[in-house]
Design a protein. Structure first.
Length: 313
């Protein structure tokens, strides 16, 4: 008999838990930036909790092309509800009890009739109610409205419209894409930072007077880029291409640290290069230019990475 009672007790507990889950309310998720901003996934079978407070207005955002058709609340005297486009504005309000005739005795002992009314202010007990919304998308939204503390109320509730399964699949796809991008970025960075193989060291320099501080300690090219190494005692100059027709034009370059040297990496090979810093000037001639060409032109010094020029316009 004890075993049977225990079995019945366990069944009752399971039934109670099941019933509790059936009536579980949908509490919107908080934004990671501000807990007053909340989100909920639309489910026609859900009742969504919205917490408000007197003196504050709350807004509910529906789908962009969704419009509200009907609004109904169980306590219209205590709640102001207004729609605009795909938004619904909600605010608790006080209400006035209908005036009733009352009798009063004046100072002379005579009966005086007057009409009195009472204003009821919003309070958490009496202002609990529900709100039903229907829209042009044949959707029905069901809400529980409650008053709460200012720190816990919904300033804004936004609905999203993916199913739980779609949400899981999207989060999984987003995670996989982020991992793939991070992996590719790491691989590209590794390729870019890998030391290059010099193909040509045959460079000569012409140094103007008092220009020693911008003279590179070494120079070479790998058939794609030109590399100028400067020790810590040197000044990194501006880099220009020189030819007889156009004279000087600025060259694209960037600086990379390589051991004790700052290496100016010029994004091409060139026969003549000028280095300038104020009135200091160094001319560099690539004696090996064109003597050991690559089988094709590359935009970077790695076969599997291409350089793309992005305009600032």
């Amino acid at each position: 008999m004890i075993k049977n009672n225990k079995k019945l007790f366990n069944i009752a507990i399971i039934l109670l838990l099941a019933m509790a889950n059936l009536h579980a309310i949908n509490i919107p998720k908080l934004s990671k930036f501000d807990k007053h901003i909340t989100y909920a996934t639309y489910n026609a079978d859900d009742v969504v909790l919205v917490k408000c407070k007197e003196g504050f207005v709350s807004i509910i955002e529906f789908d962009k092309d969704e419009r509200i058709v009907n609004i109904a609340t169980g306590f219209s005297d205590g709640w102001e509800v207004m729609d605009k486009d795909n938004y619904l504005f909600i605010k608790p309000k006080s209400y006035t009890i209908k005036s009733e005739e009352q009798n009063m005795t004046d100072e002379n002992g005579e009966q005086v009739k007057f009409y009195g009314s009472s204003v009821i202010q919003p309070n958490p007990t009496d202002w609990k109610t529900n709100l039903i919304i229907t829209t042009n998308k044949d959707k029905v939204y069901t809400f529980d409205l409650e008053l709460g503390e200012a720190s816990k109320i919904n300033y804004k509730l936004t609905f999203n419209y993916i199913t739980p399964k779609e949400k899981i699949e999207k989060e999984k796809a987003d995670k996989e894409l982020a991992q793939k991008i991070a992996k590719e970025k790491a691989e590209y960075q590794k390729e870019i930072e890998r030391n290059t193989i010099p193909r040509n060291w045959n460079f000569v320099m012409h140094v103007n007077k008092n220009s020693d501080t911008i003279v590179p300690d070494y120079a070479y090219d790998d058939g794609v880029f030109t590399y100028l190494g400067f020790s810590s005692t040197k000044t990194i100059p501006s880099v220009f291409l020189y030819d007889e027709i156009n004279k000087e034009s600025i060259l694209n370059s960037h600086v990379k640290k390589d051991g004790k040297y700052d290496v100016v990496i010029i994004h091409k090979t060139a026969e003549k290069i000028l280095l300038r810093s104020g009135d200091k000037l160094v001319g560099i001639i690539n004696k090996g230019y064109g003597q050991n060409p690559l089988d094709k032109t590359y935009s970077t010094n790695k076969d599997n990475i291409q350089r793309e020029i992005i305009s600032n316009e």
